[in-house]
Ligand binder design. Structure first.
Ligand code: NDP
Length: 241
């Protein structure tokens, strides 16, 4: 029977690559995005060409009411998800003394409030399904070590790590694992303005990571082999920490 996986922010970057990687691994995909219909449709077509099923959901993870309405309706019609990947995230970097209220709130709302907005409406359906399940959240090296110019992002991602570990404890007895993947620097739109040469000097592996290197870890966490791994933060960062 098809295993459906919801991936937030799967129109671009790590989410997109993960959606395609998981489709290749035999999962069916609920492809969520906010604004980029064209790119999301490209991903949808690629998944269909792989012979998998796909549904598209468009809403802003900051909008609690929209999350609840779209997700509850989708689950009511199609059944509980096997796995949810909370991937949607943004950065809005600035030194803290000049960080605007908007930069603070938008980053916290997308990553940390997004955790609540996405998972809370559908979690009871996963539990009631009485089947093994998987939740994977995306944090960052920034949420573990704290990064200059990213007080908002580090706070949001550290919050995601705490929420992930706590939810893992609550769901363990239901055979639903909850883990956090913490990438270092990965080549996506999010990192297009970063000085790669400067970063390569401080990354022990001397290169930026590929989205596939994050997607393969997520795929492993979704597999039966990873059934006993929960409450963990697993980094993919070329040794950057
Ligand atoms: P991208 O900027 O490439 O893609 C972000 C995705 O998130 C897009 O699909 C975008 O949708 C979606 N998104 C953003 N905001 C919202 C929102 N409010 N509501 C719904 N969807 C939203 O990011 P990456 O792929 O690089 O990052 C993915 C995750 O990995 C993020 O959580 C990020 O913090 C984390 N991460 C990334 C690192 C990196 O180096 N790239 C390093 C560490 C962590 P749309 O296109 O429709 O706007």
């Amino acid at each position: 029977m098809a295993k459906w996986v919801l991936i937030t922010g799967s129109s671009r970057g790590i989410g997109r690559t993960t959606a395609i990687y998981l489709a290749k691994s035999g999962y069916d995909i609920v492809l969520h995005f906010r604004s980029n219909v064209e790119k999301a449709t490209d991903v949808k077509n690629e998944i269909i060409s792989l012979g998998r099923q796909v549904r598209m959901l468009q809403f802003d993870v900051n909008n609690r009411k929209a999350c609840e309405d779209f997700l509850k309706k989708d689950v009511e019609i199609n059944g509980a998800y096997y796995a949810v990947i909370c991937n949607a995230g943004i950065t809005a970097d600035a030194p803290f003394p000049v960080m605007s209220e908007e930069d603070w709130s938008s980053v916290i709302n997308t990553s940390l409030n997004g955790f609540y907005n996405i998972l809370q409406p559908i979690i009871m359906d996963m539990v009631s399904a009485r089947k093994p399940g998987r939740i994977v959240t995306l944090a960052s090296v920034s949420g573990i070590t704290g990064n200059r110019g990213q007080v908002n992002y580090s706070a949001a991602k550290a919050g995601v790590i705490g929420a992930t570990k706590a939810l893992a404890v609550e769901l363990a007895k239901h055979k639903i694992t909850v883990n956090c993947v913490a990438p270092g620097l990965i080549k996506t739109d999010m990192t297009e303005n970063i000085d790669i040469d400067a970063m390569n000097k401080i990354i022990p592996m001397k290169r930026i990571g590929k989205p596939e290197e994050v997607a393969s870890l997520i795929a492993y966490l979704l597999s039966d082999d990873a059934a006993y791994i929960t409450r963990q933060v697993i980094s993919v960062n070329g040794g950057l920490c």
